[in-house]
Design a protein around this ligand. Structure first.
Ligand SMILES: Nc1ncnc2c1ncn2[C@@H]1O[C@H](COP(=O)(O)OP(=O)(O)OP(=O)(O)O)[C@@H](O)[C@H]1O
Ligand SMILES: [Mg+2]
Length: 308
């Protein structure tokens, strides 16, 4: 073999390796089958490139599978969260519905009332109906939404909207809610509906923990928000029994639940973690010294993103 031939064989190998680096695995170098060391090397490089090609294809298939599984997970959790919302929605709808019923009865009882008074009552009915359709629209948007849109969002809006859905239920269960949130928090870069889902999940967990009533402490949920460097930090604390240390490392695993069959899907925290990560934020758990659970959500503040 001349030096020139050797050089061109080595060049061919370099070309294969460069192609591999660019993600092309179907460009084998020509072989001489002359039993030389370079031919053996060519054989090894060609078969390695082919093998890497198979592995990469396999990996891509798995990644696609994973992405689809994650999408299904989010859908499932959304359905669970919808169930959670249903209670709040029923309560929200009840108030305008009651108003409509009472005012309609008044109108029926006074068929020849004063025209101005009738007009007032009709307008009351119309506004109550409008309020109901706004609520229904809200639920529809939540149910349909599949895409993820980050926008400059009031830092307290997702928290307060989640809280509003639970307020009545928590009050009836004798659970006190403390909300300590300073004014002047910077806006966050968030998908408000998705972030709301995170707080709905955390509040549902806190409520469930307090329902077990095993800690003997007063039933309390504390919500705080604060601004730290580039993030808004939210804490959702409860005075429940907390989480056993051996469970604490598994709570973010999909389908991990300590709730009786049929009561918990074990998706709440897994999906919440996915959502905050899509925000470039984080979700973590800490045991409170007095025994309860603390979940910490960190969401990046919005910089100069335009208002939606
Ligand atoms: N605030 C909390 N106090 C005590 N345990 C908690 C708390 N939050 C979560 N956990 C524990 O973490 C587990 C997983 O929570 P996760 O929200 O993922 O699922 P789940 O609440 O069991 O079911 P799902 O949310 O799907 O209805 C719970 O079953 C519970 O054991
Ligand atoms: Mg849950």
């Amino acid at each position: 073999v001349t030096d020139d031939e050797l050089q061109s064989q080595l060049d061919a190998l370099t070309t294969v390796l460069l192609a591999v680096a660019r993600g092309r695995f179907d460009r084998p170098a020509p072989r001489s089958y002359d039993g030389s060391a370079v031919d053996t090397l060519t054989f090894l490089v060609n078969s390695t490139a082919e093998e890497v090609g198979f592995l990469v294809a396999e990996l891509e298939r798995e990644r696609e599978e994973l992405r689809k599984a994650q999408e299904r997970l989010v859908e499932a959790a959304k359905l669970a969260a919808l169930g959670e919302l249903a209670g709040g929605v029923a309560h929200e709808l009840n108030q305008p519905l009651t108003a409509i019923r009472i005012v309609t009865e008044l109108l029926e009882d006074q068929p020849d009332g004063h025209p101005a008074d009738r007009a007032d009552k009709l307008s009351l009915i119309r506004r109550a109906a409008e309020r109901m359709s706004r609520i229904v629209d809200g639920v529809r948007t939540f149910a349909r939404k599949t895409s993820f849109e980050l926008a400059r969002t009031d830092a307290l809006r997702p928290l307060d909207e989640a809280l509003a859905l639970f307020a009545e239920e928590l009050r009836r269960a004798g659970i006190a809610v403390e909300r300590r949130t300073p004014g002047g928090l910077p806006p966050v870069l968030a998908d408000s509906d998705r972030l709301q889902q995170v707080f709905v999940n955390l509040l549902a967990n806190a409520r469930d923990a307090l329902r077990t009533g095993t800690s003997g402490a007063p039933l309390r949920i504390s919500l705080t928000a604060s601004h730290q460097a580039e993030v808004v930090l939210y804490c959702v604390d409860d005075s429940g029994p907390g989480i056993r240390p051996e469970d604490a490392q598994r709570i973010f695993d999909p389908f991990f639940t300590t709730k009786p069959a049929g009561q918990g899907s074990g998706l709440g925290l897994a999906v919440s973690l996915g959502i905050v990560q899509e925000h470039g934020g984080s979700l973590s758990y800490e045991a409170l010294p007095e025994g309860g659970a603390r979940f910490i959500v960190r969401i990046p503040v919005a910089r100069d993103e335009p208002l939606p």
